[in-house]
Ligand binder design. Sequence first.
Ligand SMILES: *Cc1c(COP(=O)(O)O)cnc(C)c1O
Length: 381
Amino acid sequence: MHADRPIWVRYDLAAIGKSVSPRDFSARPPTLWRYSELLPLSDPAHQISLGEGMTPLLPARRLGAYCGLSDLWIKDESQLPTGSFKSRGMALAVSMAHRFGLHRLAAPTAGNAGGALSAYGARAGMEVFVFMPEDTPTSIQAECQSYGAKVYLVQGLITDCGRIVRQGCDAMDWFDVATLKEPYRIEGKKTMGLELAEQFDWRLPDVILYPTGGGTGLIGMWKAFNELRELGWLRSDKMPRMISVQSDGCAPIVRAFKNRERFCEPWQNPDSTAWGIRVPAAVGDFMILDAIRDSNGCAVAVSESAIAAAAQLAGRLVGVSFCPESAACVLAAQKLLADGLIKPDERIVIFNTGSALKYLSGPQVDLPCLPADKPIDYAAL
Ligand SMILES: *Cc1c(COP(=O)(O)O)cnc(C)c1O
């Protein structure tokens, strides 16, 4: 085992296939723990839970009609604890930390991972240290503080935060919960794929569009689909094409995919308001690229300047708060359709990985302000 490379959890799938069947899951409580046989932890005493899992899978007819897609779905992860899919990974990572008797956790974050780690750490009664770029939205800084975490801003990028955590582990007695530095966040994120399969009655969609930063979401789902296939639980052998979406302000995966490379070059001067995918270098870059290629998918960069408007449009046409990362996926769907890489009648799923409300930074929203002591000019509203 190479110390700098990720650890991959393996299961005795033959034994699991004999002990449980997909039908059993639907009878269990609607949290991600219903898939305990496919998770590294089944003892409820160590499950650190905030009720995470089983997010809605919503048909998006109006957004689909706008894009020219007749079978478009949104898996709305914004409804998870702390408002993003990061809760899935942190629920597992903190539960396993609890199982192993750890008390002090630290992580670099672009934002949402810090919020989730702070919440689950608080739930478990642990000490949490989070390090985030100084321009991380103040709403997330406040969120982490509200769970009692020690929060530090860093004059740099998430990769600089990662180095600060790594180098401090010995002196500070921290366990590093950074993406792919421990094996369990992937296992938590895998449950997005398990839920999707169950919600579609064990038939997978044609295409999954996923905003990619560190890549655990995409890698985890691809792992889930392969485990399900090996278990023989899928009604059709057809696997989805995994599509990695990035902003053209930070697109290392897209560049490596186009250049047919196995690893990514770090992206210089990354610039994106889609914080979760502003990741200039991913530890698991080769795993992301493997999943994309094994699935016959691709990687797409969309225009950074179009993301904010796309988020508003998607919010209006679906009724959920679209984070900028997922708005990028809406733009990617339109681009892929125009390029003939997806077909109008294919079953397409976009993951809304978090709520836009996570990213408020003070009074920046430009709204009209009405006087309280004068008559309102209703015709002008
Ligand atoms: C972290 C994050 C992403 C990227 O997810 P990875 O699994 O790290 O690639 C996408 N969207 C949001 C909202 C995030 O917080």
